[in-house]
Design a protein around this ligand. Structure first.
Ligand code: FE2
Length: 280
């Protein structure tokens, strides 16, 4: 660890890909001190995903670090730290619901104000697979041709959790469907105009139909935008090592877990930053 004299005065970072992702190599003590919190927030908004390799935060340190960056959003069933796993023994409440996380999405499309960011710390690896994929919906929007941007202007999309069930269970029981439908639906703009002036796309597996558009046209548009936004230039797939912490800007990225052996015990600990900006 560098001494106080040699300790860097600014955040130590390097880009991962031209349009998404930065690696942060500042040491744990500097990160926990909060002195770079403003720089981290700024970098997060610019780069979408920040990777802190091998930082090995304990749960307490992860919570403390999250608190330096904004307001920690408590987890529904488990206090401040949530165990992300598809193992029903570890996570009896949410393992089933988390199956939808294998498909591109942003968190909180059913809420007025989606969470600002999530922070995931790797505790146990999958035996194979299990990367987390990210793509920048800011960069994907910004790189669209002007005529496509004009076509998207003003469009609204119905989002629902129930529609995502069909991604992993094509023939659900009626009771299961009704349980998911009880969560409700929400109409959102396709293009999110942020307070900063930047725009991002609100798409992903919860986006199930464009309002006032025929079903084939609507599906064609949403699939085309998903394919564009998740293409190589806008996306990054993080291969985990135990001890890595990855945080992402939930308001300008999509994410997904990549397939893995569900019996492998893959485990990530998550904290969240409360949302600060409504969808529109
Ligand atoms: Fe998610």
């Amino acid at each position: 660890m560098p001494s106080a004299k040699t300790r860097p005065l600014s955040l130590v970072t390097e880009p991962i890909k031209p349009l998404i992702g930065s690696c942060v190599r500042s040491d744990k003590q500097d990160l926990l001190s909060g002195k770079f919190a403003g720089d981290i927030r700024e970098l997060l908004e610019q780069r979408g995903v920040l990777v802190f390799p091998q930082i090995h935060f304990t749960d307490e340190e992860q919570v403390a670090f999250t608190n330096t960056l904004g307001k920690l959003e408590p987890e529904r069933n488990s206090g401040t730290v949530f165990k992300v796993t598809l193992d029903t023994k570890e996570n009896p409440h949410s393992a089933e619901y988390l199956k939808g996380s294998l498909y591109w999405h942003l968190d909180g499309t059913m809420n007025d104000v989606p969470i600002l960011a999530s922070l995931l710390a790797s505790k146990k690896l999958a035996s194979t697979g299990g990367n987390t994929g990210f793509c920048s919906t800011y960069a994907a929007y910004e790189k669209l041709p002007a005529e496509k941007k004009a076509e998207l202007e003003g469009l609204r999309v119905m989002h629902s959790v129930w529609a995502t069930v069909f991604y992993y269970e094509p023939e659900p029981s009626l009771a299961k469907l009704q349980g998911m439908q009880a969560i409700g639906e929400r109409e959102l703009p396709l293009v999110w105009k942020h307070r900063s002036g930047r725009k991002s796309l609100i798409i992903g597996c919860t986006a199930h139909r464009v309002i006032d558009m025929s079903p084939p046209k609507s599906t064609e548009l949403l699939v085309g935008l998903r394919e564009w936004a998740t293409s190589e230039q806008f996306s990054y797939s993080h291969k985990w090592s135990v001890g890595d912490l990855v945080m992402w800007d939930n308001t300008g990225t999509l994410h997904r877990a990549e397939p893995y052996d569900l019996q492998s015990g893959r485990l990530l600990h998550r904290t969240k930053l409360a949302g600060e900006e409504p969808f529109a």
